[in-house]
Design a protein around this ligand. Structure first.
Ligand code: CP
Ligand code: NVA
Length: 302
């Protein structure tokens, strides 16, 4: 039976540990030798497309990038029929979609892994890359605190799940209307976060935190809201004064692309606490480790 990765908690904590181990394997097995991987993008991408394509190549496979207008999910044919067709030629289907439900529908009809390359709800490969970055900084991460500042985005949800599954506490400093829903806060607790807090004041959220993270104030597809959102999010910019509230050895993460001067200042993004570039580099390792594990797990040999 195929294993899919639509959100980080599609993996058990033990499986997440195994995926992370594969991400750091310097000589991964070529589990995709002679096989294809279909990569569908309904939205733009720099990191995700390039890291996933190169991860497939590193695993011996052949990636095929599909533009949105080529497959036109639910336009030219249904998401299910797109997936059924691609599964005849490929051993992995990966997609960046507007509507998370499209991924669920694709996964429900195929026996090859479906991988979420970002949806409105989640971004699991980003979260795995972020966890790799946090682990390489601190070693054992259990007991550390992650502070998310700004918009509670798809990236925030997946990272908080990954952090919770790793024993980290999670805090959110987000404006009204842009907070994590109560059900998600309960989810993070149920996944093992020792402490989960939703705090409106960004300074209080960051106080003593080990990892400070933010994302764009408006995600892809929300550009029309930019003008309305900017004044609301203005107090949530991560600048040097906010970073000074974090622990002395705290790091700053950003999935990128950054809107420099909006959610983060150049001084922080380019400063000594920023790990945004190692984080971006880890996208390749995350894609390689996760796809490798999913392919083997789907064959019953993880
Ligand atoms: N972080 C991330 O997913 O970047 P792209 O949108 O460029 O893929
Ligand atoms: N939250 C952002 C992440 C981009 C990688 C978006 O969905 O546009």
């Amino acid at each position: 039976m195929a294993r899919h990765l639509l959100e980080v908690d599609d993996l058990t904590p033990d499986e997440l540990t195994r995926v992370l181990a594969r991400c750091t394997d310097p000589s991964p097995a070529r589990v995709l030798a002679g096989r294809g991987a279909a990569l569908i993008f309904e939205k733009p991408s720099n990191r995700t497309r390039n890291s996933t394509e190169m991860a497939v190549v590193a695993l011996g496979g052949h990636p095929i990038y599909l533009r949105p207008e080529e497959v036109d999910i639910d336009g030219r044919e249904s998401a299910e029929d797109v997936a059924r067709t691609l599964s005849l030629y490929h051993s992995v289907i990966a997609a960046r979609v507007f509507d998370h439900e499209v991924l669920e529908r694709m996964a429900s009809v195929v026996d090859v892994p479906v991988v979420n390359l970002l949806s409105n709800l989640s971004h699991p490969l980003q979260a795995i890359a972020d966890l790799l970055t946090i682990r390489s900084e601190f070693g054992e991460v259990a007991g550390r605190t992650l502070a998310w500042v700004g918009d509670y985005s798809n990236v925030a949800r997946s990272l908080a799940i990954a952090a919770a599954m790793s024993g980290m506490s999670v805090r959110f400093g987000c404006p009204d209307q842009y907070q994590a829903p109560a059900a998600d806060l309960e989810l993070f607790s149920s996944h093992g976060a020792p402490d989960v807090a939703s705090i409106h004041d960004p300074a209080a959220a960051v106080d003593g935190a080990d990892v400070v993270v933010t994302d764009a104030w408006y995600s892809m597809g929300q550009e029309a809201e930019a003008v309305r959102r900017r004044p609301i999010f203005e107090p949530y910019r991560v600048d040097s004064a906010l970073m000074a509230r974090a622990a002395d050895d705290a790091i700053f993460l950003h999935c990128l692309p950054a809107h420099r001067g909006e959610e983060v200042t150049d001084e922080v993004l380019d400063g000594p606490r920023s790990r945004a570039w190692p984080e971006a580099a880890n996208r390749l390792h995350a894609a390689r480790g996760a796809i490798s594990w999913l392919v083997e797990a789907s064959l019953g040999e993880p």
